[in-house]
Design a binder for this molecule. Structure first.
Ligand code: MN
Ligand code: MN
Length: 307
């Protein structure tokens, strides 16, 4: 069950209304790195988790993320509060209200007109929240890594929001939310490394002959060596011959077809065969008043030298 406490996890003290800033804050309300995505991510992982420690941790953090959603949503509501009241009660002239919506910037008029100044489940660009933001796969050594990355991204969005805010109360609350993402990142990392072995993710080991090879596929000036491709951790392969058909085969593709499939494929191949000797006239050429020969001549004629 869920219970609700009327006190926020962190006190929200907004200095003054600022609808444009409110819209930037929506990024952490209904955006991909936002608190709703985080809460749903950990809650759904917790439901399916059988490890008692991880299940408890995921439920604790999911519930805290909902509490963060409440804090960031409340910040948005406070930043919009003045504009919301003025628009609802039409306390200023039409021209003044219109200017206040337009002047606030970054789509804040949508927040005011469509959402009445409340926090909507959209990101700062108005994109609707969607469950595709959550990429859980049901394997803890993969999900914990994704959770660590999600916390890292959330931390960065908070950092950027802090950098565009001069409201001290908003800065302070955002600083708290940002710091909690750091703490969550630590918990997820500890949880990952308390599983042994945890790499590679899942049960099957990698094929040893490919697991520690670095293919230098992009070659030329700028080729660089570092711990990500150095021996002895990696065998560094630059030879093109050794990069192709690494299984030792011919590098082709084949499949066993039934007689019926084979006949159908042959039929399709014949029906859709291209004639390399044809000289078809296209609608584009006819429209331009050109024959294919004219077009080819035009393409081969060098541009006139400037006088
Ligand atoms: Mn959070
Ligand atoms: Mn978090």
């Amino acid at each position: 069950m869920f219970a609700h406490n009327k006190r926020l996890q962190y006190t929200v003290r907004v200095n003054e209304c600022n609808p444009a800033l409110a819209n930037l804050m929506l990024e952490q309300f209904g955006g991909p790195q936002g608190e709703l995505a985080a809460a749903c991510r950990y809650f759904t992982q917790a439901l399916a988790e059988d490890d008692p420690g991880r299940k408890d941790m995921l439920m604790d953090i999911a519930t805290e993320e909902l509490s963060h959603l409440e804090v960031i949503g409340t910040i948005i509501a406070m930043l919009n509060k003045g504009a919301k009241g003025q628009l609802a009660e039409a306390t200023a002239s039409e021209a003044e209200l219109f200017r206040s919506l337009q002047g606030a910037g970054n789509d804040s008029h949508v927040t005011q007109l469509l959402y009445g100044g409340g926090p909507a489940l959209v990101n700062s660009g108005g994109q609707l929240w969607n469950a595709g933001y959550i990429d859980s796969i049901g394997e803890p050594t993969a999900d914990l890594r994704s959770n660590i990355a999600a916390e890292a991204r959330a931390k960065i969005i908070y950092e950027r929001l802090i950098n565009v805010t001069d409201d001290p109360g908003v800065k302070e609350a955002l600083g708290f939310l940002m710091t909690r993402e750091v703490a969550h990142q630590k918990s997820f990392e500890k949880a990952l490394y308390s599983i042994s072995p945890n790499f590679p993710p899942g049960k099957l080991p990698g094929k040893p002959e490919f697991a520690s090879v670095y293919f230098n596929m992009s070659q030329g000036e700028g080729d660089m060596r570092g711990p990500w491709n150095n021996e002895p951790a990696f065998a560094y392969v630059s030879d093109r011959e050794q990069q192709m058909a690494v299984d030792g085969g011919g590098g082709g593709a084949s499949v066993q077809l039934s007689a019926v499939e084979e006949q159908a494929c042959e039929q399709m191949k014949l029906r859709s065969a291209s004639d390399p000797l044809s000289e078809p006239v296209t609608g584009a050429e006819l429209g331009a008043g050109l024959t294919p020969v004219d077009a080819a001549t035009a393409a081969m004629t060098p541009p006139a030298a400037p006088n």
